[in-house]
Ligand binder design. Structure first.
Ligand code: FAD
Ligand code: DLZ
Ligand code: SF4
Length: 507
């Protein structure tokens, strides 16, 4: 009896476990564009188009490689609308008695597969560097799960930037040399932009008709949609962007949204690139003398450190993790996250580029949109659903720990040892946003004062019971306590007045 081999839209690799466990001669690969996956949040149209186009091209590549592929397009009449429905339909069609799957990146889909009335064997997705067991062993008995120590183990495991058992350059972390303010001039012209071919055009037409109400611009569509193109983007970045990645990874500019970023998360998360090959390419650039250690170490840390670590946390913490609300924040997500007008230039810029490209870089996600949501006390569940919808690299395993944990401190401090909050001065230091803003970043109170300045204190005081004893925050409470009483009252009253206006008028 033949088996069905499930390949999901973010598992587009010839090395994926379900293919490895299957037999080219007797088994059938199942791939399906389904309404359930395309609508569990209102995904950005570019994200849906990227996944569908990459799926169609991957199916072709599989066929060329000798596999039998049962591929369902979204508009096929028989399409049942769900992954499970398609597996059952194909099981009947091919007289298959079992399904081999690679474990999905979301608890939702893992249980959907477990609940099917056909045996489904879910193999771990070993495109990642750490297995669940390795992460669990690392986490076992630790009081605090700090990324830095996990990262060192991943360096030892992969041998990346290692000199025997010592880190290259005699330091594990070169962040001290990184994170400079925005440069006047950017010498990298950003990611490669690919002209849509016939397959991509077909998908764009489909997405245009079926998802025309979703937030986000479908065109111009420029993403890589197959492995060859993704490799071109990787090589382009390694050669031209990586050397200054470290220096400017936290910078933000009005007129340059990509700076020196890699734009590889879309492709790694969908399986088109493997994290190890991306890191090896970066390490080679260092070995060849084409990129400095601070850039290469910083880049590799993001991937074998942060990326693996957040995945470990997602699977360690279990299905309820994305719904946590440790600070009990209940305010609704303001309309300006969906493109409504706001006078805050930093937010307006981050949202506009998210709408156009389904992309924002880390600091825009963390210190602009994330920071505002946390300061304003937005319900983290709504924040989570927004991030999951609007970014083309968003799948729950990576999005939820970053949003619920790192950005909104809603997991009670598992990922972050203190909340990532800042006043406007951080944004002003790292960007040129404040120069074009209706608000004044230098004003702490009064007409035109930057809302981040007001909300920063409001957040700290609102949660004083929770953070007063956190040594990393003591200094900020001391600053507040040293303000004269009238000033303290004014700040908090103005922050209240601002929050009162949220959702009622343009702020
Ligand atoms: P670069 O800046 O060039 O970094 C290189 C690579 O490092 C990325 O491609 C990514 O794979 C990895 N990386 C860096 N930081 C992280 C991190 N914190 N977690 C995981 N991987 C990381 N990343 C996603 O892939 N999907 C998400 O849904 C996602 N949501 C985020 C939400 C918030 C609130 C924050 C603060 C971060 C989020 N990130 C997410 C992490 C990071 O913002 C993106 O990985 C990065 O912006 C992708 O762009 P890039 O490829 O140009 O990255
Ligand atoms: C995100 C996504 C979308 C939009 N559509 C599909 C789809 O139609 N078929 C499919 O196999 N996968 C899709 N995906 C990716 C899945 O949602 C993803 O596998 C899970 O979110 C787990 O990471
Ligand atoms: Fe953002 Fe405040 Fe700067 Fe305006 S002044 S761009 S609101 S940080």
């Amino acid at each position: 009896m033949s088996k069905l081999l499930l390949v999901l839209g973010d598992q587009l690799s010839m090395d994926i476990a379900s293919l490895r466990e299957g037999d080219k001669v007797s088994d059938v690969v199942v791939m399906a564009e389904v309404a359930d996956e395309a609508s569990y949040v209102q995904h950005h149209p570019k994200k849906i188009a990227f996944i569908f186009a990459a799926m169609r091209k991957f199916a072709k590549a599989l066929e060329q490689d000798g596999w039998t592929v049962a591929y369902t397009k979204l508009d096929d009449d028989e399409n049942s609308g769900s992954i499970g429905g398609e597996l059952l339909r194909r099981a009947e069609e091919y007289d298959a008695g079992e399904v081999i799957a690679t474990e999905p990146g979301e608890w939702r889909l893992i249980s959907h597969l477990e609940d099917l009335p056909i045996p489904v064997h879910q193999f771990q997705n070993d495109l990642f560097i750490a297995s669940h067991k390795e992460f669990e062993d690392w986490a076992e008995g630790r009081k605090a799960l700090r990324m830095e120590y996990f990262y060192r183990d991943m360096r030892r495991k992969t041998g990346l930037l290692m000199d025997g058992d010592k880190p290259v350059g005699e330091k594990w972390n070169f962040d001290h040399d990184n994170r400079k303010p925005a440069p006047d001039e950017v010498t990298f012209d950003g990611p490669l932009k690919f002209e849509p071919d016939e397959i991509v055009e077909d998908v764009l037409d489909l997405v245009e008709t079926r998802f025309d109400n979703s937030f986000g611009d479908l065109r111009p569509f420029w993403f890589a949609t197959d492995r060859g193109q993704a490799l071109e983007q990787l090589n382009h970045f390694i050669e031209h962007g990586l050397p200054k990645f470290g220096d400017f990874q936290d910078a933000m500019l009005n007129d340059n949204r990509f700076l020196y970023h890699g734009l590889v998360s879309f492709y790694m998360n969908a399986g088109l690139l493997s994290p190890l090959e991306v890191c090896e390419a970066a390490a080679k650039a260092y070995d060849d003398g084409n990129a400095p250690i601070n850039a290469v170490e910083g880049f590799i840390r993001q991937i074998i450190g942060w990326r693996e670590y957040v995945r470990g946390i997602y699977f360690l913490e279990g299905p309820d993790y994305p719904r946590r609300n440790g600070l009990n924040h209940q305010r609704g997500l303001p309309d300006f996250y969906w493109g409504a007008e706001t006078k805050m230039n930093c937010i307006s810029k981050a949202v506009a580029q998210t709408k156009e490209d389904a992309y924002a870089h880390h600091i825009q996600r963390l210190m602009v949109t994330g920071n505002f949501a946390l300061l304003a006390g937005i319900n983290p569940n709504e924040v989570h659903e927004w991030y999951l919808a609007v970014y083309a690299d968003a799948y729950e395993w990576v999005e939820a720990p970053n949003v619920v944990g790192m950005s909104q401190f809603a997991d009670g401090g598992i990922i972050a040892s203190k909340p990532y909050v800042s006043s406007g001065s951080y944004i002003n230091k790292m960007s040129d946003y404040c120069k074009n803003c209706d608000y004044s970043v230098s004003k702490k109170t009064g007409d035109g004062a930057c809302p981040f300045n007001l909300l920063y204190w409001h957040f700290l005081i609102r949660h004083r019971d929770r953070f007063d004893n956190n040594p990393r925050m003591a200094q900020m409470y001391r600053v507040f306590d040293r303000m004269d009483e009238e000033r303290r009252e004014t700040v908090l009253a103005e922050a209240d007045a601002f929050l009162e206006k949220l959702g009622k008028e343009v702020v």
